[in-house]
Design a protein around this ligand. Structure first.
Ligand SMILES: Nc1ncnc2c1ncn2[C@@H]1O[C@H](COP(=O)(O)OP(=O)(O)OP(=O)(O)O)[C@@H](O)[C@H]1O
Ligand SMILES: [Mg+2]
Length: 254
């Protein structure tokens, strides 16, 4: 990434965790405007904690989070939403007991009624499938439809940056590809900047510009997604041999 490239989001040397234990142990990454950055890594690597630390949901012990160049370290999620950051968590991403339309209305809570209606129309243009489900309760949706509702809800505030935590968790490999192709790719086409955490690394990298591999709280590999996909060794590492040992091999340090 050239340093002249405008950054939507940047994390510098972030250390964060629960209590004094650093689950995120010195992470730096950059999300350029309009690009998709995917963070892969094994269970427990600290991926969700990294996102929560960026979003002011977990205590930052040291380091910096910059949004469009402004320091927003430790700023609460509610305020970040007003600054143009949308977050789709790994769990509890929709209101189950509400209808799809009510979920969208909740997502547009900062807008007046007229603007809210206009935005519902524009998110339905992005996800036309939802039009026929507007009056279904979220709990009756399929996994993919549910994730679509979650992303649509966050789009209601027209965020500049979207932070997505494992949008394909609990979905079949086939459905995961559909979600990534049909729900994440349109975001980059719309010019949104996306920070995407995914365990289904190869599928994620197919819709990403840049790839990071996170292992035990650290980013072990950071490279263009196409480069990782084109290199059988790197692919294998991102696919599952996601240990610091394997990452060290690629870095040529062992
Ligand atoms: N609320 C919490 N309190 C204490 N420790 C936690 C808490 N949440 C997560 N952890 C610990 O932090 C570490 C990283 O967890 P995290 O959820 O960030 O991993 P992850 O990479 O998102 O994993 P997964 O792929 O399974 O979602 C784990 O050891 C986990 O047990
Ligand atoms: Mg997680």
């Amino acid at each position: 990434m050239s340093s002249a490239e405008a950054l939507a989001l940047e994390v510098r040397d972030l250390v964060a965790g629960y209590g004094d234990y650093p689950v995120v142990d010195g992470v730096s990454l950059k999300v350029p405007q309009g690009k998709v950055v995917a963070v892969a890594g094994p269970n427990g690597a600290g991926k969700s904690t990294l996102l929560k630390a960026i979003l002011g949901l977990v205590r930052v012990l040291s380091g910096t989070v910059l949004l469009g160049g402004e320091d927003v370290t430790g700023v609460a999620l509610e305020k970040l939403a007003r600054l143009g950051v949308g977050y789709v968590p790994q769990l509890d991403d929709v209101f189950d007991s509400l209808k799809v339309i009510e979920n969208l209305e909740m997502g547009g809570y900062l807008c007046d009624r007229v603007e809210r209606q206009r935005r519902i129309e524009s998110v339905l243009e992005v996800f036309p499938v939802l039009r026929s489900k507007l009056h279904r309760y979220a709990e009756t949706l399929s996994g993919g439809e549910r994730k679509m509702t979650a992303i649509a809800r966050v789009l209601m505030l027209d965020p500049k940056v979207l932070v997505l935590d494992e949008p394909t968790a609990s979905l079949s490999p086939e459905m995961s590809r559909v979600v990534l192709e049909e729900q994440v790719r349109p975001l980059s086409r719309m010019g949104k900047s996306v920070l995407l955490v995914e365990q289904k690394a190869v599928a994620a990298l197919e819709v990403a510009d840049w790839a990071c591999l996170m292992v035990r709280g650290k980013v072990e590999v950071s490279a263009p997604a196409a480069e990782v996909l084109g290199d059988p060794n790197m692919r294998e590492i991102f696919l599952g041999r996601s240990t610091s040992q394997a990452a060290a091999e690629v870095a040529g340090t062992e």
